[in-house]
Design a binder for this molecule. Sequence first.
Ligand code: PLP
Length: 450
Amino acid sequence: AWSVLCPSPSLLLSPQADAPQPETAALFARRRAHLARPQKNYYAAPPQIERGWKEHLFDVEGHAYLDMVNNVTILGHGHPKFAAAIGAQWLRLNTNSRFHYAAITEFSERLAALSPDGLDAVFLVNSGSEANDLALRLAQAHSGARNMLCLLEAYHGWSAASDAVSTSIADNPQAPTTRPDWVHAVVSPNTYRGAFRGPDTAAGYLSAVTPVLEAIDAGGNGLAGFICESVYGNAGGIPLPDGYLREIYAQVRARGGLCIADEVQVGYSRLGHYFWGFEQQGVVPDIITIAKGMGNGHPLGAVITTREIAQSLEKEGTFFSSTGGSPVSCIAGMTVLDIMAEEKLLENARTVGDHLKARLAALIDRHPIAGAVHGMGLYLGLEFVRDRTTLEPATEETAAICDRLFELGVIMQPTGDHQNVLKIKPPLCLSIDSADFFADMLEKVLEEGW
Ligand code: PLP
């Protein structure tokens, strides 16, 4: 049966082999009519994706695309071993997570073993938003305070609490006006553009945190914690300035608050040089949140913290997620870890990411619009500017470049509050050839115009 569900690559490369598909434009119109939330980041006339294989997607008309923005299916599309493992578990057992079965114990043990010492209490959930909501709730319960510190231009999810600390105006233009009074946002430490770029970047950005902390102190209601991504994701993967997190963590902890590392995008090997993003700053958070790639597209998330912090919620009685940590979810999570080790995906993210970064950096010498390459591993950002001195964002140009790349078979989207950065986050199995194809196509667009 599995050979039917996991077809060979050659079948995957001939998508027309399937039954007739609904007409693409009509299907899209039906989608827009019935999905309650307008989907952002869509091409005006998106292709009807029918299947995927490794870092490639195929539409119903047989076009192949290189998928350079997928931070969910990290193993690559159509992975036979992954599909077989979750399918087999589904046939054997899937049930409410309140039952007792081996997979939930084994997966929690493995997550604890991957985490820094002391962080060995695991909550299994279904998404990054849910993980961040729970992390914020834990920090508030543990500290007895409500105030949360976060960064501007951040995205942490769409559920109630994670949305409150999602400050990105590109994702939510209403964010500044709808922010609850317990959310205190400070300017993001953008080392490329922004108020404090330059030689003393960390000190400058830290100086912007001080008045916010002082205002919280003056309010007398305490500080519950601080949440941020360990790499500045929304700006295209800009590493935080050296020492930045160490100093903020110290100040937050001195006030009784907890430090939450949102590793939903940057954790789990994407950076290539580190398993967790916070390692790059030399800090250990009190709470880690993770989702997206950890389930390779199967809904799965986790909050990893200390036993003492986890117990802060015990007085709130029984609470649980019915499907978070279900047998299928746990098998999905463990199979992702097995395949990442077998296929050396962390090492691949490093090797291919370093190669791609060097190719993109070479564009800076030849094309004035290419202002900077950010990031590391397979979490890169190429920032387009109209002027390298004023750093005026090349927003319209970035959209046009993405459209032209699409015509050339590359799926790519802009990010950031100015939408002028290519957000490069392909499956971690990206080959050197595919990285070169992407760089070649980009170079072609920059040379020929867009
Ligand atoms: N945190 C970060 C950094 C994210 O990028 C996202 C999603 O894009 C989330 C949290 C929310 O995760 P989910 O979409 O699984 O709820």
